[in-house]
Design a protein around this ligand. Structure first.
Ligand SMILES: [Zn+2]
Length: 125
């Protein structure tokens, strides 16, 4: 097992209970269940810091999980949503790496044209 995750705030060593994910494309900060993996745009927060969380001006904060609200959807759903958000945050990293090359080469998926073919109905039925 990995060691206990700690709050990422400076001078705060409390155990982390939530993970904050910044989705830069949408100017949204998503506070959700503690992430399974540490990722570049994620910051673990302790209970106190997640409670006091404030987003930069112009940003929206989405709280996926609230420990004091048991009437929420199942943890699996929330975690799936949080993971989806984290997935969505990834492509822009790749986009930043892409050198803007000429990507308009022939599409390898287009194997053959079928415009002149006809579909015949099978006689046995
Ligand atoms: Zn903290």
């Amino acid at each position: 097992m990995s060691p206990v995750r700690r709050c990422s705030r400076t001078a705060c060593g409390r155990p982390a209970v939530a993970t904050l994910t910044y989705v830069y494309a949408d100017s949204t900060a998503v506070l959700g269940p503690l992430a399974t993996y540490a990722e570049p745009h994620c910051y673990d927060l302790c209970a106190e810091h997640s409670e006091r969380l404030t987003a930069p001006r112009g940003w929206e904060v989405v709280r996926l999980a609230d420990g004091s609200a048991p009437s929420r959807p199942s943890g699996d759903d929330l975690e799936a949503l949080a993971n989806a958000v984290r997935e969505a945050a990834r492509p822009q990293e790749r986009a930043a790496q892409a050198g803007g090359g000429n990507a308009r080469a022939a599409d390898p998926m287009e194997v053959a044209r079928r415009g002149h073919l006809r579909v015949l109905r099978s006689p046995d039925s």
